[in-house]
Write a protein that binds this ligand. Structure first.
Ligand code: NDP
Length: 237
């Protein structure tokens, strides 16, 4: 139904949170899923590979291993991400660098070795997991917002560059989602955030996974490229 049966797909940070939900959903749909993890492997997925997205050499090795063991990579979900929050007046260069290196440079490192292969084969799809914060900004998250907004520009550009090769690039921009990242927010702050969400709840990991799978699907999203799918319970501003 989704046209993803037997397709080889790489998910970065697929061991937990949203990434693990995407791995699980793709497996249910018959895809051959490879994923990276930094700390420890996750519950699902055919080929777990330990790698750090901030290391370009690591990501070259990941692509080579997947192509050797599973075959040509059809789809990539660049999901790995971190937060290191601080108001700009207190933000240390190390905090800025860590978030930009993981959330923006890490996506470049992930797609650089594989996009040319997709272009050669005239087939492929890239999905970047951005954030509502990249679309709207958020107090205390200048580094994170800048990195996540960067992904939207990246997908728009790769939508243009990849079009002649039939390779699509899109963004999923989740709102607050029930993962470790959101569980770490203090309860009173969570209550305040909930009051700003029209649907009055956080997204589930599954809901973000479905949207990602939709954009990967050549059947359902074959005419969608350079786009951002905002999944935020109605909080568009
Ligand atoms: P989690 O904190 O639950 O998981 C983060 C994932 O990224 C882990 O798999 C982690 O691996 C991996 N990771 C982090 N740094 C690196 C690195 N340098 N190299 C390789 N892997 C790394 O996050 P979520 O599931 O909540 O978030 C997933 C994505 O969704 C992120 O990009 C996040 O910014 C985005 N997002 C999340 C929202 C939310 O509310 N949760 C809202 C909007 C966007 P390990 O476990 O090994 O450390």
């Amino acid at each position: 139904m989704f046209g993803l049966e037997g397709k080889v797909i790489l998910v970065t940070g697929g061991n937990r949170g949203i990434g693990a939900a995407i791995v699980s959903k793709l497996e249910e749909l018959g895809a051959e899923v490879a994923y990276t993890y930094r700390s420890s492997p996750g519950p699902k997925g055919k080929l777990p590979i330990q790698a750090d997205v901030t290391d370009p050499g690591d990501m070259e090795r990941v692509v080579q291993q997947i192509e050797a063991e599973l075959g040509p990579i059809f789809g990539v979900v660049a999901n790995a991400g971190i937060t290191q929050d601080s108001l700009l007046s207190k933000m240390q260069p190390a905090q800025w660098d860590a978030v930009i290196n993981t959330n923006l440079n890490g996506v470049f490192n992930t797609i650089r070795p594989v996009a040319p292969l997709m272009y050669e084969r005239k087939e492929g799809v890239l999905v970047f997991i951005s954030s509502l914060v990249g679309e709207q900004g958020n107090i205390g998250q200048a580094n994170y917002a800048a990195a996540k907004a960067g992904l939207i520009g990246l997908a728009k550009t790769l939508g243009l560059e990849g079009a002649r090769y039939g390779v699509r690039a899109n963004v999923v921009a989740p709102g607050f989602t029930e993962t470790d990242m959101v569980k770490a927010i203090p309860e009173p702050v969570k209550e305040k955030i909930l009051a700003t969400i029209p649907l009055r709840r956080f997204a589930t990991e599954e809901e973000i996974a479905w949207s990602t799978v939709f954009l990967l699907s050549p059947v359902m999203a074959g005419y969608i490229t350079g786009a951002t799918l905002s999944i935020n319970g109605g909080r568009h501003t």
